[in-house]
Structure formats: C-alpha cells, structure tokens
Design a protein around this ligand. Structure first.
Ligand SMILES: Cc1cc2nc3c(=O)[nH]c(=O)nc-3n(C[C@H](O)[C@H](O)[C@H](O)COP(=O)(O)OP(=O)(O)OC[C@H]3O[C@@H](n4cnc5c(N)ncnc54)[C@H](O)[C@@H]3O)c2cc1C
Length: 501
C-alpha cells in the first residue's frame, strides 16, 4: 500500500507556500479527529490543522453513548476535553443542571428524559437483564462513568477547545500525494463543492429518500475552489466512507478493503405507530415497557441458534410508540425497498423468530411511510488471520471509523476511536519530542506500534459487535465488561513509551 508520489501540483489547485508545512493535518472534524487535535495541542504540538468537508458545522448525527473505556481515553487525551464532553452530555446538561449553571454553548437536543436503566426482556416479558444508565453506577463498577451525548454536541464540545482558525470546514480532501523531496505529504481539497453523499451512513425511506441528519454532508451544487496543504503527518479521521483510505488502498493488493463491507445486519425502524388500539397498547406497556421509554426484546432463551442470527427489537415509547429492529439479513432484502416491502420483511422475520403475537400485531399497524431502513457497514480489523488491512502508509495513518468502522450494537465505535486518539497523540508526541519528523523509520515504527496495540483489541470488539456474545448471559457480559471497561490506560501508555525507548 503506497501513497501516490507527486509528479507536479494538480492543475487548478491553489498551492500553499512550500515553506508552510504543518506538523500534522487531521482530515475529518468528527469526534476522533478533534480529540486527536486537542490531544496534540495539549502536548505542545500546535502547528496543526483540522479540515472537514462539511460546509458549516450543524446539528447532525445520532446519540452516542460514551462508556468507561472511551471516557478514560478522553481523560488521558485532555482532562479539559473530558470535562467539556461530560458537561455537554445529556446525562449532565439536561437533567442535572439548572439553566444558569450551564457553561457550554452546545445546543440541547429535544430528547426525553432517559430512564436510569436499560432493560432486556424475553418473549414472555420477563426481565433477563438490566444495564444501569447512571454515571455513578458505572463509575463505581469500572472506575469511570458513562454518558449519552449527541454526535453534534460531542463535536461542538471538542471543537470549542481548539482555536477557530485551526478547524477549517468546507475543505473536502480529495487527494493525498507523497512529496518525498519536501519530506511531507500534500493534501488536495475542494471547497464549496457539492459533497458526495455517504452511502454507508444514512437512514432511507421506502421512496429511497436519504436523511441528511446522519452525515456531515450537503448536496446543493456550488462552484468549487481548490486548495492544497502540506504536512509531515496526516491523521485520517474521515469516517467509514474515508477518502484517504480509498486513496491509500487504490491499486494495491488491499484494494478490496478500500470501501466498507456490508456487515450482514440492517436496522428497520418505524418512528411512530398511530392509532394503536387501547387494549394492545396497554398490554405492551404493561407486559414489556413497564414504564421505560425504551427496552430491548429478543429471544434470550435461545439454545440452538446463535443470538446474532435472530432479530432484536428496541421497543420505544417516547412521543409515540415505535420500534427499531436489528435484522441479520442480506443487503438486497433491504436496499431500495419500499416501506411495505420492508414492513413485510420485518413481519416475516419476527414471525420466524417467534416474537410474541402482541408485538407482531403492533408492527402490522406500522404505516409504510413511517418506515426507515439503514444497512450497517464494517471495516474489519482482520479479514482473516493473515489478511490485515493496513492502517498506515508512510506519513499517513487511519484512525476511528476510517480504520475500523462497525455497527453500533455494542456502542463502541466512538469509544474505540477515542482509544485510537489516545494512542496516536502519545506516539506523535514522541515523534515530536525526539524530533523524528523526518525519520521515516521512526514514523513507521510508531504507526506499527499503534496497529499492534489496537488491532487485536478491535478484532475482539468487532467480534463482540457482530455476534453480540456479551448479551448471551450475565457471565459473558461480566467478562466482556471487565475486559473492555476496566483496563488501566496509564499502564498501556507507559508500555507503549517504554517500547519506544
Ligand atoms: C445509529 C448509531 C449509533 C451509534 N452509537 C454509538 C454509541 O452509542 N457509542 C459509540 O461509541 N459509538 C456509536 N456509534 C458510532 C460512532 O458514531 C462513530 O464510531 C464515530 O462517530 C466515529 O467517529 P469518527 O470521527 O471516526 O468519524 P465520523 O464521526 O464519521 O466523522 C468523520 C468526519 O470526517 C468528515 N469527512 C468525511 N470525509 C471527508 C473528506 N474527504 N474530507 C474532509 N472531511 C471529511 C465528515 O464530515 C465528518 O465530520 C453509533 C453510530 C451509529 C450510526
């Protein structure tokens, strides 16, 4: 895998002066790119720039749960970032602070009050397990808490810790070129261009209309301006549809892994089911929801079938009653299907899995126009034992979803990305302290350490995500939680640095 080498400046690009070379340019102002930038600045590396394709930072994205491992990593990156994120979270901002105590400028999303636990029920409506949503309970179990935060508020809280002129929206990276004669890499960007839709991260309805909520992209065509930047190192945090990844993998033996693979799972949701007969509503409220705004219902009594081979339903009772079902189905059954086709598919799968009649009856009432689908994609950390998609090449390294994006079933995407940010900021700081910016071998060795530390753990997390084995029993959950949440990051980092010496 190689970065293409420079022949000449691409025609039409405004080149930055050759003597302006950043230490690090970060592609993508999502949570992981920004956390990396904050961590580098905190360690005295401030000749950096973050670019993002979005024309302006806006309220987009879903709610993300940050769990003890992600919060521990963030705290290591920068304690101010940890505090800012905690303050901007739904867990703290909305429910535990009065208006005049609020210190951040983040915009509060209109979400209902979460209950203090997430309950898992079997088909008989019996509680199989519950997971606390309380920061303090997680803190006492794992040495760090848990918060829910919207993607936008997470982005905003981190962005506000950086000088405005170091985060440039409206710069979409379209090319990465090695310039060995200058000891750097050049990034070519376009501005005010229509942004490519991200086919790997969206909800769409039966008419095949995609939401714009799940991606930092917009589509109004505008005239394009082009610009180039140079950097000693590039951190590519440009998400699951990473452009940098495609450039690195192009024309290489790993070309097949340039774009993400369908994970085998899709979500089908119905925002709201109107006109539910009173009797059916009360039955579902009493037997399943029991006062919770959201619960998971699945066949937890399975013996012969793997848990991941059966549908799991999030039953939701917020402004109205609705649901979201995770289905293990081939992609062609969901993509570009009408609302009625999707509804038929859900009903068929729920019946096959033996879901309670009341739940099937509820789903049957879904208006097809309220049905959305979202296939989930993955960049596997390992394709096979000896096929490992590279996460770096020369002066370029992939982090977050660009390296290992995956479905959200174990709520680990951003948390794992924050672990990447912690490791990468440590290793780049080491390069800076040793003044190894021009030492290709030291750079390769740092990125190799990053991959050797992070890849095996990502393999474990992706396996947990795809099989959901931690949800199969209390013991499996406990073992998984101990392995993921209780690690001591100070020790991990100390190990990395000892190795560097
Ligand atoms: C429904 C859902 C629920 C989730 N829940 C959780 C959860 O509970 N916990 C959890 O940890 N994770 C969760 N995740 C995953 C989490 O959202 C991602 O793992 C996380 O956002 C990845 O961060 P990132 O910075 O790597 O990438 P992204 O968040 O995708 O950010 C990438 C950034 O790069 C920019 N960009 C893209 N291409 C370019 C380009 N060519 N040039 C310049 N900029 C570019 C984009 O505009 C964007 O701002 C969930 C995901 C989904 C879909």
């Amino acid at each position: 895998m190689n970065i293409p080498q420079s022949q000449s400046i691409a025609h039409g690009f405004t080149d930055t002066p050759i003597n302006k070379i950043y230490d690090v340019v970060i592609v993508g102002a999502g949570p992981i790119g920004l956390a990396t930038a904050v961590g580098l600045r905190k360690r005295g590396i401030d000749n950096i720039l973050v670019i993002d394709q979005t024309r302006a930072f806006r309220q987009v994205g879903q709610v993300v749960d940050l769990l003890p491992n992600g919060l521990k990593a963030l705290k290591y990156v920068d304690t101010h970032a940890y505090q800012a994120v905690k303050t901007a979270s739904l867990t703290f901002t909305k429910y535990q602070q009065s208006d005049d105590e609020k210190t951040t400028e983040v915009i509060e999303p209109k979400l209902p009050k979460p209950s203090l636990e997430w309950v898992y029920k079997n088909f008989q409506g019996q509680r199989v397990r519950s997971i606390s949503l309380s920061f303090d309970v997680w803190f006492s179990n794992y040495g760090e808490g848990r918060v829910s935060i919207t993607w936008y508020n997470l982005q905003t809280a981190l962005r506000q810790l950086l000088p405005e002129d170091q985060v440039k929206p409206n710069h979409r990276c379209i090319n990465v070129v090695d310039e060995p004669e200058l000891g750097c890499v050049r990034l070519d960007c376009v501005s005010s261009a229509s942004i490519e839709a991200n086919p790997y991260a969206y909800w769409s309805d039966g008419e095949n209309n995609h939401d714009t909520q799940s991606q930092n992209s917009d589509s109004a065509p505008q005239p394009s301006l082009t610009k180039s930047f140079r950097a000693k190192l590039i951190v590519a945090a440009d998400g699951i549809n990473s452009t940098v990844r495609k450039i690195l993998y192009a024309d290489s033996s790993q070309q097949a892994f340039a774009i993400p693979e369908y994970s085998g799972f899709a979500a089908i949701s119905c925002r709201e089911i109107p006109d539910i007969p009173k009797e059916l509503r009360s039955h579902i409220e009493e037997k399943f929801l029991a006062g919770s705004p959201i619960i998971t219902v699945a066949n937890y009594d399975l013996r012969e079938v793997a848990f991941s081979e059966t549908p799991r339903m999030l039953l939701i009772n917020r402004q109205g009653m609705g649901y979201l079902v995770h289905l293990p189905v081939p992609l062609h059954l969901v993509s570009e299907k009408s609302g009625s086709d999707l509804l038929d598919l859900v009903l068929q799968e729920l019946e096959k899995a033996g879901f309670p009649h009341a739940i099937q009856e509820l789903v049957r009432l879904s208006p097809p126009e309220n049905i959305l689908q979202r296939p989930y994609y993955i960049h596997r950390a390992a394709i096979a034992k000896n096929i490992l998609p590279a996460w770096s090449s020369g002066r370029v390294v992939l982090v977050g979803d660009a390296a290992h994006g995956m479905p959200p079933f174990m709520a680990q995407g951003a948390n794992q990305g924050l672990e990447d940010a912690m490791v990468i900021t440590t290793l780049i700081t080491n390069i800076a302290q040793e003044n190894n910016w021009d030492n290709q071998q030291a750079i390769a060795s740092a990125f190799d350490k990053y991959e050797r530390l992070r890849r095996p753990f990502m393999e474990y997390i992706q396996q947990a995500t795809l099989t959901e084995f931690p949800n199969s029993s209390d013991q499996a959950w406990q073992e998984y939680s101990d392995k993921v949440y209780t690690r001591n990051f100070e020790q991990i980092i100390a190990g990395l640095l000892v190795e560097s010496e």
